[in-house]
Design a protein around this ligand. Structure first.
Ligand SMILES: [Zn+2]
Length: 279
């Protein structure tokens, strides 16, 4: 599933094609994905100008000039295509098939922007003002309001493992398996440690490592999860910078550690970590 850096990469890729453009046509090839599309989606979108593109957590929001925004979530396998070419390659799933083109935007410049989603866990919704989907979210990890103090307050009394607590979107928005594993390794924190039993100095460090790993991943255009060999100049090469994620058995990259990366399963999800230097 795409995490914050991948969704931010998609937002940045869409921006030049959508911002300031009018939606000339919106075609829905089915009545919904994870949930049904709102009945007035086509009516509201058609002819509207996209005044801006925002990201909140893993949602991309297209602000329209009519007091509504189109919310897009990529779910497990959703991809945004511009003229049929994918924006990054952030899934393990196989090839893009035209029969999974479910939502097609055509702009007044003639550009076709498609949501292709094989597993149909994605979402397209209309929001006006606030939305329950957004209201439950914690702070943006790259925002100034995500601090060690805020994380400490969210973790008070929590016995859940820190890995699980960081995946809780109400604690901090947009993190998933990859970047939590990477940030915990950088911070030297055992992913099994109870969230409420991590001292403030370590939480301060953790917050700064979360910001760093996300910033670096956005600069790399996110992480490609297929076996691609992008090195530079293309979207999605942060996977070459993974220190622990998907590296089971590899030597720990921390200088002088000498441990090796292990995989454990927590809440049904893989965690990658180094038992020697994460405590
Ligand atoms: Zn280590």
């Amino acid at each position: 599933m795409p995490e914050l850096p991948e969704v931010e990469t998609v937002r940045r890729g869409l921006q030049p094609h959508l911002e300031g453009r009018r939606i000339a046509r919106l075609t829905l090839n089915r009545d919904g994905l994870r949930w049904k599309f709102p009945p007035d989606l086509v009516q509201v979108a058609t002819g509207a100008t996209v005044t801006g593109l925002r990201r909140r957590s893993k949602y991309v929001l297209l602000d329209l000039d009519r007091e509504a925004a189109i919310l897009i979530h990529l779910g497990m396998s959703g991809r945004m295509l511009i003229e049929g070419a994918g924006l990054g390659d952030f899934h393990r799933d196989p090839a893009i098939l035209p029969r999974h083109d479910h939502v097609v935007f055509e702009t007044d410049a003639g550009t076709r922007i498609t949501l292709n989603d094989a597993r149909r866990f994605g979402m397209v919704d209309l929001i006006r003002g606030s939305s329950p989907l957004l209201d439950v979210l914690g702070p943006e990890p790259l925002g100034d309001d995500f601090t060690g103090a805020v994380l400490a307050a969210a973790f008070v009394g929590r016995r859940a493992p820190v890995k699980a607590a960081l995946l809780d979107q109400g604690v901090v928005a947009g993190l998933g398996n990859i970047y939590v594993s990477e940030a915990l390794h950088r911070a030297g924190i055992d992913p099994r440690r109870a969230a409420g039993r991590i001292g403030r100095a370590r939480l301060d460090a953790l917050v700064s490592h979360i910001k760093d790993v996300l910033t670096e991943a956005i600069a790399a255009g996110g992480s490609s999860l297929r076996d691609h060999r992008q090195t530079t100049g293309e979207l999605g090469y942060f996977q070459h910078s993974f220190r622990v994620y998907d590296r089971e058995g590899a030597p720990c990259p921390r200088p002088g550690c000498g441990g090796s990366i292990q995989r454990i399963v927590q809440s049904g999800r893989s965690s990658f970590w180094c038992p020697r230097c994460q405590r």
